[in-house]
Structures are given as C-alpha cells and as structure tokens.
Design a protein around this ligand. Structure first.
Ligand code: NAD
Length: 360
C-alpha cells in the first residue's frame, strides 16, 4: 500500500477545527484509493509559544522537512498580539517558508456557480472566474537589502536574481499547461529596472513553452483588470509584493475568505493552508467554513502526491454540496441551508463517496 507522511500543524483559533474536518476528507480519500496517510502532529503559532516559548521549534521544522507534505491550519490570536513583532505566532509562517525553501505561492481564485451572487462584484462579471495567482515568495522587496529607517527617511530594496525569476516563471508556465495555457506576467517595467529584468527573463523562459500564451501587464492595470474583467486571466505570475496585493484582490472577487485554499511550493517541500486566519471571533463554535482547508488538501493531492483525480473529485464534491444549497454562516443567504463546520465536512465526504461510485 502506498503511504505518505503528512506533517499536520493545526495551529490556533479555528485552525484545529478546519484541520480535523479536512483530515476526515483525506481519510476518506485514503480508504477509496487504498493509500495510507500517516499524520504527524505538532504545535505551531500561539499554542507553540505557550508550550515551548517559540512559534516554531527546531523539532517541528525538522518534522516538516522529513514529511511528504505539510498541512497548516492558521496561527495567531488576541492572546499573543502584544508580543514583539519577532516573537509573534505569525513568525512561524515566515520560518516555515524559509526553512522549507517555499519560493512559490499558488492561490487559486475560483468562483463556484452557486456562490456567484456572494461576490461584491456583479454576478455576470464573476461567474466562471478561475484564476491562479503565482506569487514569488522568498525574494523581492520584502527581503532585499539595504533596508532601514531613520528619523528622516525609510528605504527598502527590490532585488531579483536570475535564478529566482527563472524558477517562478517555470512554475507558472508548467501550471498553465495543466489549465488554459495562458500566462500573464505582472510587473512595473515602465518604471522599475528590476521589473524590466523580470520581464526579460520571463520572455527568455517562455521560449521553453511555445505552446503557452504569454502576455505582460503593469501592476496598476492588472489590479484594475482583475476587478473589471477577472475572467480574462488564467495564470498570473508576479513578484512578492505585487502578488501579495493582487492575490487578495483576486480572492475578494470570489466573495469569501472561507473558500480560499493555497499552496506554497519549493524544490523539495510543499505546504498547504487556507488563506484565512485563525478567526478568533468564531473559534470553538463549530461555525468555521472548512472548505478552504478541504480544498488545500485537494491541492496537496494534485500538486504533491500525484493524486490529481482525487483532488479533482474533492473539488467537484465541494461544488455539488454548494449547488445543493448548503452554507456555513459566513456565506449564508436567505433560502440557503445553514450547516455547522462538521456538517459541512460530512456533506463533502458523502458527496465524495457518491462521486467515486459514479466513476466506478
Ligand atoms: P481572519 O481571516 O482570521 O478573519 C477575518 C474574518 O473572516 C473574521 O470575521 C472571521 O470570522 C472570518 N473568517 C475567516 N475564516 C473563516 C472561515 N474559515 N469560516 C468562517 N469565517 C471565517 O483574519 P483576522 O481577523 O484579521 O486575523 C485573526 C488572526 O489570524 C490574527 O492573529 C492574524 O494575525 C491571524 N492570521 C493568520 C493567518 C495565517 O495563519 N495564515 C492569516 C491571516 C491572519
């Protein structure tokens, strides 16, 4: 029997609740596909600070490095907000990215037909949207030196090295091949030298992918276009800071934070987590929407464990449950069927079993 070692980091707030829901779905996949998922649990974030004094211990990082993939719930909460910046729970996320070499962040923004009315944009603008934002995660202005501030000025430096742009461009082109074969590279090449450099390298790497269409867009225009006609995009590839902003815009097109999964990939390691935070306002109440975490598991199956069919089946199960009118509180509208977090994951599991029976 094939077996995979999964590092499970539930974290704080609703993290443990959505993680439990998602692992039930993964267990179902394991049974259906005769694959064994071995879970190794560790604390991360605020609960790890309480236990060990650090948001991420060396042992936990090592455990993650030795796993086939890492699943993370969410970290943070009011209890740890007054800690100095470098000791906060969120430091765990940066340390994991660094320690696992996760240089690309993939954030799909998919509008499910059943939720097209939940977006703040008009239904005809958002229905059918399926965008993948590929953000460079370990370089650019967030990490460049020199940086600093004194009483009279503050400064940061945006630097990209050739190999950093080459590898993120390849991630985007490879992904596009599995989707609609279109990549939009977003930069600010009309103003920034580093962006012209980025653009030149993306064009160079594109030679290896003649079957994929490439275009370029300035970041200010891309922000506008994402809100105006989000359907025009397939894969967007961009630098760290631009990706930070554009992925949030793309996310909001879909209408709910509880519906957004993400993947962070490196050469050797991969981490999957929902985009949302620890939602302390609803923690412990069985109200959290587990679908972002469940779809993060689907991404793990597709991108790391070579189980794309199972990943797609989860995605279909989620879509069909929404189509049948079931909603957790934050996406509930009049006429919907309100369900708890655990009811939602049970419904997805039931649908997943039905889908596999249909296929068989
Ligand atoms: P948040 O994403 O936790 O919550 C924002 C709002 O969305 C809240 O009203 C919350 O109830 C709702 N929400 C979020 N996820 C939901 C879900 N799955 N189901 C239903 N409703 C959901 O953002 P915040 O309130 O700004 O931050 C809370 C804590 O989380 C902070 O400590 C913050 O630093 C941390 N945070 C962590 C991550 C992470 O772990 N990756 C990301 C963002 C924020």
């Amino acid at each position: 029997m094939r077996s995979y070692k999964i590092a499970v980091l539930p974290g704080d707030g609703i993290g443990p609740e959505v993680m439990e829901a998602a692992l039930k779905v993964l267990d179902t996949v394991g049974e259906m596909e005769s694959v064994k998922f071995e879970y190794e649990y560790a604390q991360v974030g605020g609960c790890a600070i309480d236990e060990t004094g650090k948001p991420l211990s060396e042992e936990t990082l090592k455990m993650c490095q030795q796993s086939d993939a890492v699943l993370l719930g969410a970290v943070g909460g009011p209890k740890w907000e007054s800690l100095p910046q470098d000791q906060k729970p969120e430091q765990a996320l940066l340390q994991l990215r660094g320690g696992l070499g996760l240089y690309s962040n993939l954030r799909p923004a998919v509008v499910f037909p059943a939720l097209a009315g939940a977006s703040s944009l008009r239904e005809e603008v958002v229905s059918g949207v399926d965008v993948m934002v590929v953000r460079e995660l370990t370089g650019g202005i967030y990490f460049g030196t020199p940086k600093g501030a004194d009483a009279n000025k503050g400064w940061n430096t945006m630097v990209y090295e050739r190999h950093e742009v080459e590898r993120i461009a390849r991630v985007a082109f490879d992904l596009a091949r599995k989707r609609s074969s279109r990549v939009t590279s977003v930069d600010k090449a009309n103003v920034l030298d580093v962006s012209q450099f980025w653009r030149d390298i993306v064009i160079e790497i594109h030679q290896e992918y003649p079957d994929v269409e490439l275009d370029h867009m300035y970041v200010d225009n891309a922000a506008m276009q994402l809100v105006r006609t989000p359907k025009q995009f397939d894969v967007i590839v961009t630098s760290n800071m631009f990706g930070d902003i554009l992925s949030d815009i793309a996310a909001m097109v879909t209408g709910s934070l509880g519906m957004l999964p993400s993947a962070s990939l490196g050469e050797k390691h991969a981490l999957y987590e929902p985009v949302h935070g620890s939602a302390p306002d609803i923690a412990g109440q069985n109200k959290a929407n587990p679908l972002a975490m469940i779809m993060s598991v689907a991404m793990m199956l597709s991108y790391t464990l070579d189980m794309g069919n199972a990943g797609a089946a989860i995605q279909s199960a989620v879509s069909e449950v929404l189509e049948a009118g079931y909603r957790t509180g934050e996406i509930y509208q009049d006429g919907d069927k309100l369900v708890s977090s655990t009811e939602m994951s049970d419904l997805v599991i039931k649908q997943l079993i039905q889908i596999s029976a249909r296929v068989a």
